[in-house]
Write a protein that binds this ligand. Structure first.
Ligand code: COA
Ligand code: AMP
Length: 631
């Protein structure tokens, strides 16, 4: 089949308003829009201005009302706890309504923020939908972040309530969430009124009188009382959620997502990009704490009337590298979406793919990868072993859906390993040099998207329009800066090569090296430091710290490394996967004092590098090489 991509993309460019208005017909609106796009609203314009809607209604109620009441909505599969549970749309409606009643009774209403700090349990998705139902704005914080990161988000979002759990489970250890939550609330200046805590049997926790509620007891009471909680109409432009993501400093950026445009783009993506029909089983093996989890564990599959697999486990070790195939065959998954690192982990454990043959994968049609660069070796391995198309696609927390992909539902385009294929409808992707001039095909440059961004992309940062402009819009006027560098080939295929800022991708998790540097700089013996993302065979990149000691500090290097690792775990979280520190006498800098992190990374990765013209003292690079050679 020839792809319809070119025709569809051309339509989206020729008349974006007509294109997205047509897509919007798949959403139930309580009031239709006055303008599909209003260029005078917001920072760069807003989508579906004047419309009113409710995201929970579109994800849950309408399916329960229209023939899907008994169909699975969420399939919870947790090899790490040995439990499974299927939740139908009717049951999901009941659960969401009950939690919405509990939150509403505690004074949470339209526009109020609720932080969700949960492991991968269905109640995390239920909490997100309960907020959407009452017009509250959720902010999910990934469980692998430490109390300090949670505190920063509490102070920025000022949540009226927090929904959390007693614990999360990682291989070989139970992580008590409640002490982290209590410590975060203690550290934060802003104090939420209520915490609704899910007691998990692996480890329960003490509840604090007046502030904490038991999730199960309270929702059961609400169910027993047959509480009715109608979906609250919100403006299409009202925020559905805030998702904090790493910025170029340690301060996380609160990416704002609206209700209307978000639903339209995500619903469109399910058949067009993922080739999925309502009623089919879709699995994003990610975490609800990341954007992939928001968009493709919770919102898109439910908007589309699919069954979404919510997986609490790891690709290896829970119990083995065959668990993905077991889940696909048991639940008849049609499409899997995960990060390349998961496949690298599986490939390492089961290089011949022997475990794949043990399962019936006849339901499985397509594998989608995103979150980090998909290396051609991993793609090739997955194609060979699985015998299905492997589709790399590129997007960001800021966009909520793919900027570039191979739209399988429109008819597949030829796959080129190393490329996430082409720009999706609504995205006019261009490559500019540092002065803002277009560069020719094949030449590396800054990847930017011409404004306006399509529906679902961030309209701004939470309470920070100026930071939004500075971070994304000011450098290339008229464009959104993706902060990725790359190029287009003659056929407009995109190649994403590197970040242009301090963000690194560790096991598909987005982290700021600047944030880690701030933590190391707080160590009493460290005068100066730099953190880079060095190539890692499993995780794609791994953080590597270089520290200069204060004069007079005479430290055992192993001991210092252990202290630094502990400090990063405590202040950012284990997810930073920070394990390596090198003590150096000096850091390489430009004559104006800028640390040459890019050159240090090239040395660490064994790449050839060009001596930076502005370097202050070239001998320092030899010192760095010598330290790394010794390690
Ligand atoms: N709560 C608490 N701790 C967590 C956590 C959570 N939700 N998630 C991860 N961590 C911890 C891990 O236990 C690990 O701790 P350790 O240093 O004590 O071992 C640390 O954070 C680093 O985690 P991670 O980088 O994920 O490494 P890992 O060795 O646990 O697993 C993979 C490696 C590749 C198996 C795993 O990262 C993976 O499945 N990734 C792909 C899927 C994915 O989630 N992508 C994200 C966006 S699409
Ligand atoms: P996040 O916001 O966590 O989704 O991370 C977004 C960043 O991850 C992007 O800006 C890219 O640097 C990187 N990324 C995501 N998907 C891909 C991909 N398919 N190929 C290359 N890099 C990717």
């Amino acid at each position: 089949m020839t792809s319809r991509y070119n025709a569809v993309y051309a339509e989206s460019q020729a008349d974006p308003e007509a294109f997205w208005a047509r897509a919007a017909d798949d959403i139930d609106w309580s009031k239709r829009w006055d303008k599909v796009f209003d260029a005078d609203e917001g920072v760069y314009g807003r989508w579906f201005v004047g419309a009113e809607c409710n995201t929970c209604y579109n994800c849950v109620d309408r399916h329960a009302e229209r023939g899907r009441a008994d169909q699975a909505a969420i399939i919870y599969d947790s090899p790490i706890t040995g439990s499974k549970r299927t939740i139908t749309y009717a049951e999901l409606l009941a659960e969401v309504t009950a939690l919405a009643a509990v939150l509403r009774d505690r004074g949470v209403g339209k526009g109020d923020r609720v932080i969700v700090y949960m492991p991968m349990v269905p109640e995390a998705a239920i909490a997100m939908l309960a907020c959407a139902r009452i017009g509250a704005v959720h902010s999910v914080v990934f469980g692998g972040f430490a109390a300090n990161e949670l505190a920063t988000r509490i102070d920025d979002a000022k949540p009226k309530a927090v929904v959390s759990a007693s614990c999360g489970i990682e291989p070989g250890r139970v992580i008590a969430y409640k002490p982290l939550l209590d410590a975060a609330i203690d550290a934060a200046k802003y104090k939420p009124d209520t915490c609704v805590i899910l007691q998990r049997e692996q480890q329960t926790c003490e509840l604090i009188d007046c502030r904490d509620l038991d999730y199960r007891q309270e929702t059961e009471k609400a169910r027993a009382a047959d509480r009715v909680v109608p979906c609250v109409n919100v403006a299409a432009t009202d925020p559905l959620y805030i998702l904090y993501t790493s910025g170029t400093t340690g301060e996380p950026k609160g990416v704002v997502r609206d209700n209307g445009g978000h639903m339209v783009a995500l619903k469109w993506s399910m058949p067009a990009i993922y080739d999925i029909q309502p009623g089919e089983v879709y699995w994003a093996a990610s975490d609800v704490g990341w954007v992939v989890g928001h968009s493709y564990i919770v919102y898109a599959p439910l908007l589309h009337g699919c069954a979404s697999v919510l997986f609490e486990g790891k690709p290896v070790g829970t119990p083995d590298a065959g668990v993905f195939w077991r889940v696909i065959s048991e639940h008849k998954v049609a499409a899997l979406f995960t990060a390349p690192t998961a496949f690298r982990a599986i490939k390492k454990e089961d290089p011949d793919g022997a475990l794949i043959g043990q399962y019936d994968l006849s339901s499985f049609r397509t594998l989608f990868l995103a979150g980090e660069r998909a290396d051609p070796d991993t793609i090739q391995w997955a194609e060979d072993k699985l015998g299905v198309p492997v589709i790399d696609h590129w997007w960001q927390t800021e966009t909520a859906w793919a900027i570039a992909a191979n739209p399988v539902g429109l008819g597949m385009m030829p796959v080129i390993h190393g490329s996430p294929t082409v720009a999706m409808p609504g995205y006019d992707v261009q490559i500019l040099d540092d002065a803002g001039h277009p560069v020719e095909a094949g030449k590396l440059g800054n990847i930017v998207v011409k404004l306006p961004l399509p529906p679902a992309c961030l309209p701004t940062l939470w309470n920070a329009d100026d930071r939004f402009r500075q971070s994304y819009l000011d450098e290339f006027p008229g464009y959104y800066k993706t902060a990725d560098a790359g190029y287009k080939d003659d056929d407009d295929y995109l190649f994403i090569m590197a970040r242009t800022d301090d963000i690194i991708n560790v096991a598909g998790h987005r982290l700021s090296t600047g944030g880690m540097e701030e933590v190391l700089a707080g160590h009493p013996d460290i005068a100066e430091c730099a953190v880079i993302g060095a190539a890692d065979a499993l995780k794609g990149q791994a953080p590597m710290g270089f520290v200069v000691l204060k004069s007079g500090a005479d430290r055992d290097e192993d001991e210092l490394q252990a202290e630094c690792v502990k400090k990063v775990r405590e202040e950012i979280g284990p997810v930073a996967a920070f394990k390596t520190v090198h003590v150096v006498t000096r850091l390489p800098k430009t004559r104006s004092g800028k640390i040459l992190r890019g050159t240090m990374r090239q040395i660490a990765d064994g790449e050839a590098y060009k001596m930076p013209a502005t370097i202050d003292d070239p001998a320092i690079l030899d010192e760095i090489s010598a330290v790394l050679a010794k390690a």
